[in-house]
Ligand binder design. Structure first.
Ligand code: SAM
Length: 297
């Protein structure tokens, strides 16, 4: 298989000029032009010859070339139709790559993994479009796509949010969702000059390794995440008010106050001070009060 050539900035410029490609800001296009960063992503993703890799947003195929050399198969989903002829050119020598032109948020990934990997867990590797990082990652987890690990380039601030705990300004629904499903590891911080065009913010590569067994157990996962989202929707409000005002939830003031008291917290507690374990207990208390009132029969 051909050695990857696109990590080098001159080769990237040559391809962009050949196709007179214009970057689309709305698609979050910042292409990687640093071979060290590419090598580091591939190494930390620990891709072997048995692996199927899903790449989200291959761009002109830079990382795809590296992935194709290490994996058994690469499926790359790209939204921008202008990039498809470029990808057909840059990946023509790699016969283990399938390119799909689609919006990743509209692809049935469980079905794709079934078709392409007989339902066995895949690895996700991507330099993500920053405008949809959270829905992509939450979608992979909440839809129960069989994934072994997710190694992605994200905005530095998002990487911080994924790794932080209660009581910090970055702590929120994403921190809790990531930590519920996976263990996050920071692989590298990546400065803007490793991309073309340069993003305004710093970036980081993060690896999320799926837990073999979940760190907390709850009666109903959907309810846990509804509660978490409601608690962070109105950051400056108390937890009780956040839960009361949530359109997704239907608990009375008394049910909420009783559940918070059972948790051993004061009535005015804020959601951002609760750990994942405490959210899980709160979720079960509320689930039980629903059961007692016959709502979840
Ligand atoms: N992987 C390439 C690289 O590292 O050079 C490009 C990364 S660039 C940050 C993000 C890529 O995601 C772009 O190619 C962009 O067109 C694509 N993209 C944006 N939104 C998308 C979506 N909803 N579905 C699939 N791809 C998308």
């Amino acid at each position: 298989m051909k050695e990857p050539i696109l990590g080098n900035p001159q080769n990237t410029i040559r391809i962009l000029q050949k196709y007179q490609f214009t970057f689309q800001k709305k698609y979050g296009q910042n292409f990687l032009i640093d071979t060290h960063v590419l090598d580091k992503i591939i190494r930390s993703a620990e891709i072997g010859k048995e692996d199927m890799v899903l790449e989200i947003g291959p761009g002109i195929g830079t990382m795809t070339q590296y992935l194709a050399c290490s994996a058994r198969k690469v499926v790359a989903v790209e939204i921008d139709a202008e990039l498809i002829p470029i990808l057909e050119d840059t990946l023509q020598e790699y016969d283990n790559v399938r390119i799909i032109q689609a919006d990743i948020l509209k692809v049935d990934l469980v079905k794709l993994v079934e078709e392409e990997n007989e339902g066995r867990p895949i690895k996700v590797v991507a330099n993500l479009p920053y405008y949809i990082t959270t829905p992509i990652i939450m979608g992979l987890f909440e839809n129960h796509v069989p994934v072994k690990s997710i190694t992605v380039m994200v905005q530095k601030e998002v990487a911080d949010r994924m790794q932080t705990g209660p009581g910090t300004k970055d702590y929120g629904a994403l921190s809790l969702a990531v930590q519920y499903y996976a263990k996050p590891y920071l692989v590298a911080n990546v400065p803007p000059n490793c991309f073309m065009p340069r993003p305004k913010v710093g970036s980081a590569v993060i690896r999320l390794e799926r837990h073999e067994s979940l760190p907390v157990s709850v009666k109903e996962e959907k309810l846990l995440f509804q509660i978490i989202r409601a608690s962070f929707n109105q950051r400056r409000k108390t937890l009780a008010n956040g839960l009361k005002n949530a359109a997704e939830l239907n608990f009375s003031k008394e049910e909420i106050e009783t559940a918070i008291a059972k948790l051993g917290k004061p009535a005015g507690v804020r959601g951002e001070t609760l750990s994942l374990e405490e959210f899980a207990r709160l979720s079960d208390f509320l689930w039980e009060s629903d059961k007692a009132s016959g709502k979840n029969e």
